[in-house]
Structures are given as structure tokens and as C-alpha cells.
Design a protein around this ligand. Structure first.
Ligand SMILES: [Zn+2]
Length: 376
């Protein structure tokens, strides 16, 4: 593929939009109407030149959805993609209403995509950092503990304020999941990230990893299938968010059956984690843990699946309001990206009804508006 395929499409000159709302500013805060002009949202009708075309838009308005854990630039079955394919992945996500992505680790440098005005806002982690031979082959920079702090510093410089550490994986000698690092390694990694002005998150499936990451002061937890009552209370108390990836956790059955013959303890462990996934998610939510939506698309799972993840949160027992919070307001607040405040970039989705009472309405948006332009 030529690099030209990765070129951004110029956005069409955007008309002024009159959003006839309601506009959901937060879970319990709404205004009746708003306007979009010059790429931004306006809570009051802006001054417009004589004869300015205004397009009337009906429907409930929510902030563009956020995917806090996906992988642009990792292809189906693993391996780095071309930039053009990464762009297609981002477009696929965008057209489902995802307008903000935190990339949780990529094999290629996707930073050129940040200049494409027609793609979701992208916040990158750089490359995954993993222990030698303790992750999917070819995804990560593989390291030993002595090399970890310097690698964290390097990735903090390459990403957009986030570093991703693979905290646990199968230990083939042990035949089970186990932490890849000890407590001092986690602490040294967190210190290096924070000293570089970045935040650090960890991939974690295993129960034993969570206390290590919490002791070390990690800023976010990915998957976190190993949560139990004790660690849920700690996570809630620390205010550390958990990025749910329930579509991916459903896949644990296939990992279990693939590993069963050689690693029966691992297979049983993965099945236990999978079986507890909805209850654990519900318990975390009820305990006040901030849940953020992640799809883990890229690699094993294809892009464009955020609505499947929202359905999984519904199966876990979250209300429509809680699901929308986890997909829109909470991640934006956590990443410091505005929502629908007066003057914010107009990144929003227009829905044909109230998604707080039925999250499935988000699956069929009337319009997706990015930077003030109607893109889908
Ligand atoms: Zn991932």
C-alpha cells in the first residue's frame, strides 16, 4: 500500500448546526439546545453573518464516545500494520461514534494520524513493555527488570503521557498466570513514568498483580479480571479507574481450551476469571470504582466493536446512565478532554432517544459530529 492511502480526507466545509437536543452535559445535567459553529459547541446562539446556513438537527446529544483501550496499528492476528490500515481502523471506530481513543500500545508509530482532522482524537501509549517471553510474540519491547525504568522513560517520551506495562502473563514454567515483575519493579516503573510527567497503566488478569500495581501508585488498570472484594475496596479508595474489556474477557474460554493440554492450571484459572467477569464488574461499580470502556480492538479483535462492549456492561447489570458515563463523560474527565462544555470542540453523537434508559440507542446514531463536521 502506498503511503498516500494514509492521507487524511479534508473535512467538508461545515454548516452551522442547531442542535435541538436535549444536550446531555453529564449524567444528570442537560440543556435544551446548543449550536455548532467554527468546530466548537456553543450553549448560546452565536453571532452569525447574514444568510448563514443553519442546519436543524433533532435528537439527544451526547459527547463522542471514548475507547480507553484499543490498538491502532496492530493487525488481525497480531503484527504491525501500515499507517493506511491503522487509519482505516480509526475510521471504523469513528463511524460507531468513538471520537476519542487512548491507544493502549501499538507496534507502529501512529502519531502521524494525529494530524488527520477526520479521525478520532488519539492519545498514545507508545509500545507495550513486557517481561522477556511473557506476552504475545512481536507486540512488546521485551525486557528484564534492570532495563525497565529506562524503557519506561523512553516510552513516556514517545507516547502522549501514557506508558503501558504488561503486568502479568502465563509463566510457562509455573503453568499458570503470575505477575511478571515484583513489587519493587512496579514501583520503579511508576516512579520513572511519573518523573517523566507521564501516567502508567498495566495489563493485568491475575489476582496477585493488583496489590503490586496499587502499592506502586499505578494510574489505571486494564482488564483487572483478578479483582476481589479486598482489591475492589482498595481500587475504589485510591480512585484508580478500571478499563473493562469484557468482549476480550469472553475470549478467555478460547485461551483456556488452547492451553488446556499443556497448562491445565492456567486453563482453569482463565475459566474462573471469565466466569466471574460480570459479578466482579458489577461489584466494582457498586463499590464506586470508576469503570471506563475499552474494546481491546486490534490484534485478536477487530475494530468497531464498542457497542458490543456496552452490551456486555449491560449484561453485568450496569444501568444505561452508568454505561454512558463509562463510555463518555468519565473517560473524558479522566483524560482531561472536554465533553460538551460551552466552547469545547464539537465532538458529539446525536442519538434517536435517551441512551440513559436504553444504551442500545447509541448503536444507531443519527449523526456523528467531529470537530464540528458531520462525518457519519
Ligand atoms: Zn490490549
Amino acid at each position: 500500500m502506498s503511503t498516500d492511502d494514509a492521507a487524511p480526507a479534508p473535512l467538508e466545509p461545515a454548516p452551522v448546526l442547531h442542535l435541538r437536543g436535549p444536550i446531555l452535559l453529564g449524567p444528570e445535567q442537560e440543556i435544551a439546545e446548543a449550536w455548532v459553529a467554527d468546530g466548537r459547541i456553543h450553549h448560546r446562539r452565536p453571532e452569525l453573518g447574514v444568510g448563514t446556513e443553519i442546519r436543524e438537527i433533532d435528537g439527544m446529544v451526547v459527547p463522542g464516545l471514548a475507547d480507553l483501550h484499543c490498538h491502532l496499528g496492530i493487525g488481525d492476528g497480531g503484527g504491525g500494520t501500515t499507517l493506511a490500515t491503522a487509519r482505516q481502523q480509526a475510521l471504523t471506530d469513528r463511524d460507531t461514534g468513538v471520537l476519542l481513543i487512548r491507544d493502549a500500545g501499538s507496534i507502529i508509530d501512529t502519531s502521524p494520524l494525529q494530524r488527520h482532522a477526520d479521525l478520532p482524537r488519539l492519545i498514545r501509549c507508545g509500545r507495550h513493555l513486557a517481561r522477556t517471553r511473557r506476552y504475545l510474540i512481536g507486540y512488546a519491547d521485551e525486557l528484564e527488570p534492570a532495563e525497565l525504568p529506562a524503557a519506561v522513560t523512553r516510552e513516556a517520551g514517545r507516547g502522549d503521557g501514557w506508558v503501558k506495562l504488561v503486568g502479568d502473563w502465563i509463566d510457562r514454567e509455573l503453568g499458570d498466570l503470575s505477575p511478571c515483575w515484583d513489587g519493587e519493579d512496579f514501583a520503579a516503573a511508576a516512579r520513572a513514568a511519573h518523573a517523566a510527567g507521564a501516567r502508567i497503566t498495566t495489563h493485568t488478569f491475575d489476582e496477585e498483580t493488583l496489590p503490586l500495581a496499587l502499592d506502586a501508585g499505578f494510574d489505571c488498570l486494564e482488564h483487572a479480571t483478578g479483582l476481589d472484594d479486598e482489591t475492589i475496596a482498595r481500587v475504589a479508595g485510591a480512585g484508580v479507574p478500571v478499563v473493562t474489556t469484557l468482549v476480550n474477557v469472553d475470549e478467555f474460554e478460547s485461551y483456556a481450551s488452547q492451553g488446556e493440554a499443556k497448562f491445565p492450571a492456567y486453563a482453569a484459572h482463565m475459566r474462573r476469571l471469565r466466569a466471574a467477569r460480570f459479578q466482579r464488574t458489577r461489584d466494582a461499580h457498586d463499590a464506586g470504582v470508576r469503570l471506563l470502556v475499552g474494546t481491546d480492538a486490534g490484534g485478536v479483535l477487530g475494530h468497531g466493536i464498542i457497542h458490543d462492549e456496552l452490551d456486555e456492561l449491560s449484561r453485568a447489570g450496569l444501568s444505561g446512565t452508568a454505561i454512558l458515563d463509562a463510555a463518555a463523560w468519565a473517560p473524558r474527565a479522566f483524560l482531561g478532554v472536554p465533553g460538551l462544555e460551552d466552547g469545547a470542540p464539537a465532538d458529539l453523537v446525536v442519538v434517536p432517544g435517551d441512551p440513559r434508559t436504553d444504551h442500545r440507542l447509541l448503536r444507531t446514531p443519527r449523526h456523528v459530529v467531529l470537530g464540528g463536521a458531520l462525518v457519519a
